[in-house]
Design a protein around this ligand. Structure first.
Ligand SMILES: [Zn+2]
Length: 459
């Protein structure tokens, strides 16, 4: 079992992972708010933490990965109203879309995917404990966390409390003792179609408390890693940390691990133009359909998880080109018989050491390409076998599989499913467009009694 180190945002240090006695490593990563389709930026923590789980399992640890679903929230109420549906139905539909989009990446599901709306009991009980110990107070049916009752507040984001803005709606200001305080429970408002009973009346949980409750419910306290995007450090994770530590007098997690943002030039200020040129590919589902899941995963592992990653179609094209070199390596030859050569094992060690050292996927990727280059220069037993083992740790093992004859059948099947959806929605122009696109790719759509079938053109 290799020692694994991770940079901890709280201490600012790269620290060794502290597994449980049986190698248990609890990982809680904050998941999406299910109000719309997820974009590449939301997919980054999904990919980073799913691959970290793979690597830890490979090294003999026993990881448990929890990624939650925030399925009650103001954004969901707004989006549901716009879609003319109940907020519960809208959230359910977006959860299904999120699962389909992330399933397509081929990394498997997290071990647990708790929903806020299914964790109300533990949430209410945690808030009750905070009220009882004086760390929280009720105000007109809302409950707020009393930030100044927790002197260590601000330690995670390293901010001066005077500079903090909880980013809460203006209307709550007069209900708070102090502008620094943040909501744990919100009384039901006019027009909100979901609420739960509580000692403070009908309402719903605030965002931060749900993660403290779900994490403790599934992983206990002082679990190994709490993760998420760096945009969550303040206020979300600062508040999670404060709530749990105030209520339990023990830390929530041992290591706080944050991934950098995926940046489009759109975010750098050049709005309209870039929004158009990046287009829908910023959505995970669209990116996977246009470039394939391996290009998306390959793009996301090409940068160190802590660094920002610049996104555009060019970035996915580059990833697809790198992937093609790996495919060719597997297609071009076979390993000579025998145990893996020392040069192969040295690359394998360097690859695994890179992942053990603060999960350095770009360095690991470089070792993998080094292995491919070595094996091109001379016949090396075990090169492909080991390369496959390593590719799996990057979520790219499908590159080693014989392609559907290299004919893009998987992409075509995806397009066919889109055409079926368009037809179901009676969007026949879109359906025809997709049929034409399939024709360009060399596929003919035949509508049969059992549904639409793809047939190679000319066959
Ligand atoms: Zn969270």
């Amino acid at each position: 079992m290799r020692e694994v180190t991770i940079r901890d945002t709280l201490s600012g240090e790269v620290r060794p992972l502290e597994p449980g006695p049986m190698g248990e490593v609890g990982i809680y990563a904050c998941g999406p708010t299910t109000y719309g389709p997820i974009h590449i930026g939301n997919a980054r923590p999904y990919v980073v933490f799913s691959l970290l789980r793979r690597f830890l399992a490979h090294e003999g640890y026993a990881p448990t990965l929890v990624i939650n679903l925030t399925d009650v929230n103001d954004k969901i109420y707004d989006a549901a109203r716009e879609a003319g549906m109940s907020s519960a139905d809208h959230a359910e539909r977006m959860i299904a879309a999120y699962r389909a989009d992330t399933d397509a990446l081929g990394l498997g599901r997290p071990d647990e995917e708790p929903k806020a709306t299914e964790t109300i009991g533990p949430i209410v009980s945690l808030i009750e404990d905070l009220v009882a110990s004086g760390h929280a107070y009720e105000s007109s049916g809302d409950v707020y966390f009393r930030v100044r009752s927790f002197p260590a507040y601000g330690q995670l984001s390293n901010r001066d409390t005077e500079q903090m803005d909880q980013g809460e709606e203006a209307g709550s200001a007069e209900l708070k003792e102090d502008p620094l305080d943040f909501a744990l429970w919100k009384a039901r408002k006019e027009g909100e179609d979901t609420s739960w009973p509580s000692p403070w009346g009908d309402g719903r949980p605030g965002w931060h408390i749900e993660c403290s409750a779900m994490a403790e419910d599934l992983l206990g306290l002082e679990f190994a890693i709490h993760g998420g995007g760096s945009d969550l450090v303040f206020p979300h994770h600062e508040n999670e940390l404060a709530q749990t530590e105030a209520a339990r007098e023990r830390p929530l997690a041992k290591i706080w691990m944050h991934n950098g943002m995926v940046q489009t030039r759109k975010q750098a200020g050049d709005t309209e133009k870039m929004a158009k040129s990046v287009g829908n590919v910023f959505l995970l589902g669209e990116a996977v359909r246009a470039f394939g899941p391996e290009a998306v995963v390959g793009f996301l592992v090409s940068g160190h998880y802590r660094q920002p990653l610049a996104f555009g179609e060019g970035a996915l094209e580059e990833a697809a080109a790198r992937n093609q070199r790996i495919r060719e390596f597997f297609r071009e030859g076979e390993d000579p018989p025998g145990e893996p050569a020392p040069a192969v094992l040295a690359r394998r060690e360097a690859f695994l050491d890179a992942l053990a050292d603060d999960f350095n996927t770009p360095r690991a990727l470089a070792e993998l390409f080094g292995l491919l280059a070595d094996a091109r220069r001379e016949e090396l037993p075990g090169a492909r076998r080991v390369a496959l083992e390593l590719l799996e740790l990057l979520g790219l093992e499908s590159l080693a599989a014989p392609e559907d004859g290299g004919d893009g059948a998987a992409e075509a099947e995806g397009l066919l499913a889109d055409r079926e959806r368009a037809r179901a929605e009676r969007d026949f122009d879109r359906a025809d467009e997709i049929r034409d696109r399939l024709a360009e790719l060399g596929w003919e759509v035949r509508d049969t009694a059992e549904g639409a079938r793809l047939v190679r053109r000319g066959s």
